[in-house]
Design a protein around this ligand. Structure first.
Ligand code: 5GP
Length: 176
């Protein structure tokens, strides 16, 4: 079994969650299995080392980006920064609002989280419409970071999130 097959085998689908008509991809089994979690981080690490000479920070998205981001950052020997939902971070923050399927949300980062020119990679568990990662990229631009690309465990192809993020590169492990 390849690392990728091991990862795929630890993703479950739940119909009608969180509401009717949505097929939710659950990554909890990956975290529960030490080998599957190691395989995810191995695959991300291999991709980053092969494609990016220098990375300064891994930027993780609230909340499931926090599960993978720090592990990858440690492997790469770089720091980790949190993009959070509004109101969770102390001190001076920078925020950006973005559209959800119903209504609006706000993403926030600490003002001193990234210094201008730092090379960052964004990470989340799943890319759907791309709205969440797009908002995080807006925050990175406000901080004058150099965005190298985005990493996700799962990409839902039919929602065309990669188009929304163009010309940024999105690396996904599993695509549905
Ligand atoms: P987007 O902004 O790309 O439409 O949605 C992606 C965000 O919603 C991610 O932060 C992701 O965690 C969450 N999300 C949406 N659908 C799913 C799903 O089916 N499974 C998981 N694990 N997360 C999802």
């Amino acid at each position: 079994e390849t690392k990728l097959q091991l990862v795929e085998r630890h993703i479950r689908a739940f119909p009608d969650f969180p509401k009717k008509g949505i097929l939710f991809r659950d990554i909890c089994p990956i975290l529960k299995d030490a080998a599957a979690l190691t395989a995810v981080i191995d695959l991300f690490e291999e991709h980053v080392r092969a494609n990016h000479q220098q990375v300064d920070l891994i930027v993780g998205l609230d909340a499931r980006g926090f599960l993978f981001g720090p592990l990858l950052a440690q492997r790469l020997g770089v720091g980790f920064v949190l993009v959070r939902k509004k109101g969770k971070l102390p001190g001076a923050t920078v925020s950006v609002s973005y559209e959800l399927e119903y209504g609006k949300a706000e993403a926030e980062i600490q003002e001193d989280a990234v210094t201008p020119g730092q090379k960052v990679l964004l990470i989340d568990d799943l890319l759907a419409t791309g709205g969440t990662l797009y908002a995080a990229c807006e925050l990175m631009k406000k901080q004058q970071a150099e965005i190298l690309g985005c990493l996700v465990v799962i990409e839902l192809k039919e929602l065309n999130g990669t188009d929304k993020l163009k010309p940024l590169e999105v690396f996904s492990l599993v695509r549905y």
